[in-house]
Write a new protein. Sequence first.
Lengths: 355, 324
Amino acid sequence: MTADTPTQAPASTPGFRDGDPPEVRLLAQMLLVRRFEERCVELYSAGSIRGFLHVYVGEEAVATGVMSALEPDDAVVATYREHGHALLKGMSARAVMAEMYGKVTGCARGRGGSMHLFEAATRFYGGNAIVGGGLPLAIGLALADRLAGRDRVTACFFGEGAMAEGEFHESVNLAALWRLPVLFVCENNLYAMGTALARSESETNLAVKAAAYELPAWSVDGMDVLAVAEAADRAVQAIRAGGGPHFLEARTFRFRAHSMFDPERYREKAEVEQWKQRDPIELLRGRLVGQGTLAEADLAVMEAEVAAVVDDAAAFAEESPLEDLADLELYVHDPASSVLRRAPLLAAAREGVAP
Amino acid sequence: MAVLTMAKAINTGLAVAMREDPKVLVMGEDVGRLGGVFRVTDGLQAEFGEERVIDTPLAESGIIGTAVGLAMRGYAPVCEIQFDGFIFPAFDQITTQVARLHLRSDGALCMRVVIRVPSGGGIGAVEHHSESPEAYFAHTPGLRIVTPSNPVDAFTMIRQAVAHPDPVLFLEPKRRYWEKAEVDVTAALPPSIDLFRARVVRRGSDATLLCWGPMVRTCLEAAQADTRDLEVVDARSLAPLDLATIVESVARTGRLVVVHEAPVTGGLGAEIAAAVTEACFYQLEAPVLRVGGFSVPYPPARLEDIYLPDLDRVLEAVDRAMAY
Ligand SMILES: Cc1ncc(C[n+]2csc(CCOP(=O)(O)OP(=O)(O)O)c2C)c(N)n1
Ligand SMILES: [Mg+2]
């Protein structure tokens, strides 16, 4: 199957109805990401999700705002902190949660897990456990679109830590040199694991750094989803109009640890608390309630609908089967070359496993 | 004597090496203030300062390249690559610069660089965090590769690696980081040539199990659980391979099973099988057999136990070897 045409309509947003103002959709989307992530943390602690887990709590406004500027057939490349991006791109909560569980009903048969969500049909070209690893892929996706004469944008998300890697610099230079339709989105949450921005970047104004490659680059308040949406919209329109790549730095903060194994020795509690005062969901919720767009009762409905989607995803993942071990080598190569499969080895491995 | 985990033994060995030689530096991502993801460099920055224990940005290629320049000027950098899978951004510098500069400088410069890599699986991590990349590097002339299997060796081998004039890739079996043993932290450093010696860790006469790093314990347990008299050899050094010790063992037992975590295809077991077959052709009672990972990317946590060689897989190979 080629990945050129989305085969699925974007999933509908729980808590949002056609006719509601677009800000309500942004709120509902951020809430979905938040509640999904919180459930993941619980499920990780319970041992249902294994491996690594990096959640996006606090940063929801960035992906939500940027994605609101994209069309369904625009492409997205993300990092290992990508559960929210996958949901927002239109992957079903079931496929995402089942993947986290390692179940065969997951988007990658449970082999990719939390850091490698992927769905070509949705044009979600993956999480990536390698910091900086996704950036060059975005260049190729954008070049392919241009070669095929398609009017599409590739949005590439990465943390500020990735800007120290060579792949960032190679990629931005290529995109600018060839004027490719790429939106670079730097999710600057001020820390790369334990390393604060000022200890990893010679120029901490990241838009200034990126602008050296001769592309429009600016920063936006990453806790304000409306500001992110507006900035992304401006960039995407300019890119579609042939304006070449753009760079957007969203200043944000992760409220939780880097991953589930992080004692957070590198930052003060006070700093975290200060950022929590600017919780992107609370900011928008306050605004919408304040201006009378939403009533508390609407919020309760939204919470309930979001919870139902998350519950359903978790139940689905829980009940789903594991992949049959005999299929372990499927898609390592083209299945047509299955003559190379090492059946005896797998059979030997299987003997140790309860049916 | 002190009871140390392997992680602490390496940490202690590094501290000793840094105290003895001011040219020794430590560098890597979050190695200083944080003390490393596995806490192997914990406390070193507090003792030796930020100039000798250097926190770097995310820049694996840059870290190793910087180490090359430092080594050219007489420093002895010990670089940490946070996880096995992140060594690949530095693959270029390691294989094209680190491995070749001694030769290129006509012997004038030595590349006294240690590259520490927490590697292998078994901790419920996933691909890029559980890999055994030794074969890629063993293929490259100019590199040394060693891997300890226990805290006692870890304490000694890290110091020998730091003292050695050649570049050494130091693979740390992360699933064994928390295993403990009594370590004599005042022991004098054995000659560095010992770093490249394999060791017979269990005597036996029916077959030899050759393994390293994380698989040594697995093989010892397999040998203990079995009724046959199995010899276990810890290779310790993967480049160079101590063929003398390996061949001596196989010549006595007549059978060899090589066990590693990395995929069998193109793995070091193939190199060993070829070398041993050539050296022991007339003593071998069975072909050299290999037990290793499958030729798939490292699988998710729930399949780890199936992917990693275990007692059953090791002993099944012994069965096959004995059946010839
Ligand atoms: C090439 C590579 N080096 C190191 C790592 C280990 N690592 C994983 S996430 C991370 C921090 C990345 O920070 P940033 O890019 O700012 O993203 P954030 O986690 O803050 O979202 C590090 C060092 C990795 N995954 N890949
Ligand atoms: Mg960051």
